[in-house]
Each structure stands twice: as structure tokens, then as C-alpha cells.
Write a protein that binds this ligand. Structure first.
Ligand code: CA
Length: 409
């Protein structure tokens, strides 16, 4: 058994290598090697879960003569059993006089087998995932004249193609401060899992995606029912580009699973640049001018909204739609509603003050807005924090406390 485990690892390693070269998915070997190699080897690469696969049987000692009986193999991934059903060809029947001559060997050993006898014989036996050498042996009698023959399968090399048992408990794509994406994922269990590849594409087509990790990311929980957390920094992701990611698990049986992780636009958060003024005494019932500046390294067009906040009571917002339509809004904390705010002379109020827009300009990466605010008294009297908050379209949000003003009579 050890030998085949080793073979599995080699196969998996070859598959990983093939995967790195970027072949189309699903990644599976064309053919697997039988050991020992026999000239008349019948080689199978694939036993799909629960799908009966017909195979020829031969006269014992005559690998050139596929006669007497046929067999059908079905593998169950959940039960890890192989079901072998042998049917004699017309004119022949099973030799029920010596049932001990009907058997299946897996890797040279006869495992405990459940038999169902009739015109056909069905044998159910345990067989783990991974590749195995399987011998099938059955005696059949001629219905016309008492001849009997032994039928056999020659060097059957079987590998169940079960999905690898990796359960993804979660994943997260996070932009890194400069170029790059932090790919994080968590597994629920990693039975049969050797490791991972991260595939990345500029479209939602996994076949076009490349493997971004130079070497397989090794499983930290091989064969474990308990999962692990993983982080991988994809530093080759370029700023301003939209990427789709997939996590590929590398099964010890050579079959890999693909898990879509969604897409991300590699983006930088906006910057709350400045506000003028940020301190001092401000009389109620008087107009005061505040000039605020925001930037986004991806361009100011990237900004979805930008707020100037005087405490929790006065929040004026610049908002932009993806089509470039801009609006100014004033928040009413008592009704939790935004009121549309236009330029001078139209003024909006909430229970705490008045607001209007005196000017807006965009230069390079900078968005500059001039607001005029009038605070109501006595409700707004006292020290109030001034803060700025901005969020861009990819959803990167930044909040900054910029200062504190005194609102006085
Ligand atoms: Ca941005």
C-alpha cells in the first residue's frame, strides 16, 4: 500500500506542475501507470462516482481473447466501495460448484467481500480512494458440453475520481496598500488535500485564469477533519484592474477541486486631505465657510461620496453616481433622511443648522468643495468634532477626525 501512496504523491506533484503551466481545467492525468507493467494492461484513469463502467474480461492466460463474461465496475466515493458485477456471455453460466474461485483482489489482497449470486454475481468490497491494481477472477461453465474456463481481468489499474474533500469555510479578497491582493481562505476539513493553487483571471472564465503562486501552497491540515486559515499575498495583481479569483485544491488522488472566490478591483482608498478651518470659535446664526478637499489615488472620479461632519448633527455629503451625476445632500439625524442641497442661493436646513454649496472644483486627483454652514443655537453650542469621511466605488472607506471647533453665541 505504501508504494501506491507514494505513487499518488508523484502523480499529484506532476498534476501541480501541469497546473502551473496553465492547462485547461479540470486537471486530470491522461493515464496512470500500472505496476508491475504488464503488456496487455487495461488501464483506466477514471471511475466516476456511482457511474457503472463496463470492462472486458479475458480467458485466463489469454489476454488476447476477451470472451466468456463481461464485468461492470461501480465506485462509491461516499462508501469507498467497489462493486463488481460479472455477467456470463450467452451460452455460459457462473460456476456455482466452486464459488471460491470467484474473487476480486485489490493490490494483491482479497478484501472482505459481499457476494450476491444469481445468473450474475455482484461483489462489493472496500477500496480506498487513490489508484489501485485490481484483479477479477471468475469461473464460467459452458451450457453446451461441460467446458469451463476461467475469466480474468488483466492488470486493471483503477482510480476513483472522487471530488477532493476540502470544505471551504470562507474566503476574503482584500486589496493591499500598494499593488496586490491579499487572498485569505479558511477550510472546514482537508481530507485528501495536498495543497492549493490560486487562480486569477481578468474574466469570469476559470479556463483563462493563471496560477499566481509559483509553488503549490501546501496544506497545513493534510488528512484532517479540522480546517485551517490561509493567507496568500498576490503581489502581481495590478492596481486599477478587476480580477476574478479561484481557489484550486490539489487532491491526493490527483483530482482537483475549483472554488470560485469572486472578484475584486485592486483599488486604493480615498484620502481625506484637508479642511479649512479646523479650529476656532464659530457664532451661531452666522454663515461660516468650510473648504474641504478629498483625493483618491485612483482619481477623484473614484469617490462615491465624501462627507463633512460637524459632530453628529451636521453632515453634508457630496455624492456621485457611476454615470458621473453629482448631488449634494444634508443629513437630518432626527428623521434619518437626506435632503437635496443645491448651490447658492438654495439653502437646506435640519434642526441643527443650514447648509449650502458655494463651490466645487476638481483638479487632478483632488476634489475641492466649499460649503457654507450656519449653526442653530442653542442646540449646537459647545465643542464639536470636525471629521471627514469618504468612500470610493469599490467600497474603500476612510474616516478622519480633522479637528474641533467651538460653537458660541
Ligand atoms: Ca479608490
Amino acid at each position: 500500500m505504501k508504494r501506491y501512496k507514494w505513487l499518488n504523491l508523484v502523480l499529484a506533484a506532476i498534476l501541480v506542475f501541469v497546473g502551473v503551466l496553465g492547462t485547461a481545467l479540470p486537471v486530470a492525468a491522461e493515464e496512470i501507470a500500472c505496476e508491475p507493467v504488464c503488456p496487455a494492461c487495461v488501464t483506466f484513469t477514471d471511475l466516476p462516482d456511482g457511474v457503472p463502467i463496463p470492462i472486458p474480461l479475458y480467458q485466463a492466460g489469454r489476454p488476447d481473447k476477451p470472451i466468456l463474461a463481461t464485468a461492470e465496475l461501480t465506485y462509491s466515493c461516499s462508501a469507498q466501495t467497489l462493486t463488481v458485477k460479472v455477467t456470463p456471455k450467452p451460452g455460459w453460466m457462473l460456476d456455482l460448484f466452486d464459488p471460491s474461485e470467484v474473487w476480486v483482489k485489490v493490490d494483491g489482497v482479497k478484501p472482505p467481500t459481499t457476494y450476491s449470486w444469481g445468473y450474475t454475481v455482484t461483489m462489493v468490497l472496500p477500496m480506498t480512494k487513490g489508484s489501485h491494481l485490481v484483479d477479477i477472477h471468475v469461473n464460467v461453465l459452458s451450457l453446451f458440453g461441460g467446458n469451463w474456463e476461467t475469466a480474468a481481468a488483466y492488470c486493471l489499474c483503477l482510480r476513483p475520481s472522487c471530488p477532493t474533500s476540502v470544505e471551504l469555510a470562507g474566503f476574503k479578497l482584500t486589496p493591499l496598500p500598494d499593488n496586490g491582493v491579499l487572498v485569505g481562505w479558511e477550510t472546514g476539513n482537508e481530507i485528501d488535500n495536498l495543497g492549493f493553487n490560486i487562480r486569477r483571471g481578468t474574466t469570469n472564465v476559470v479556463e483563462d485564469a493563471i496560477v499566481v503562486n509559483a509553488e503549490m501552497i501546501e496544506s497545513q491540515a493534510f488528512g484532517s477533519m479540522v480546517g485551517m486559515s490561509y493567507r496568500y499575498e498576490d503581489l502581481t495583481a495590478i492596481h486599477g484592474q478587476k480580477y476574478w479569483y479561484w481557489l484550486e485544491d490539489i487532491g491526493a488522488d490527483g483530482f482537483n477541486g475549483i472554488h470560485p472566490m469572486g472578484w475584486i478591483r485592486v483599488d486604493l482608498p480615498p484620502v481625506n486631505v484637508s479642511i479649512e478651518p479646523t479650529s476656532g470659535d464659530f457664532k451661531t446664526w452666522t454663515w461660516h465657510e468650510f473648504v474641504v478637499e478629498f483625493q483618491d489615488p485612483d482619481g477623484w472620479q473614484d469617490i462615491k461620496y465624501a462627507d463633512l461632519r460637524i459632530g453628529e448633527k451636521i453632515i453634508v455629503r457630496y455624492r456621485r453616481t457611476p454615470l458621473g451625476v453629482t448631488r449634494f445632500l444634508l443629513w437630518n439625524p432626527d428623521t434619518s433622511k437626506w435632503a437635496s442641497l443645491a448651490g447658492d442661493p438654495l439653502t437646506r436646513q435640519n434642526p441643527y443648522g443650514y447648509a449650502r454649496v458655494a463651490g466645487i472644483s476638481q483638479e487632478g486627483e483632488t476634489l475641492r468643495i466649499t460649503y457654507q454652514l450656519k449653526f442653530k443655537g442653542p442646540v449646537m453650542l459647545g465643542a464639536r468634532l470636525i471629521s471627514l469621511q469618504a468612500m470610493d466605488f469599490p467600497g474603500m472607506r476612510v474616516t478622519s477626525e480633522m479637528g474641533s471647533i467651538n460653537i458660541v453665541r
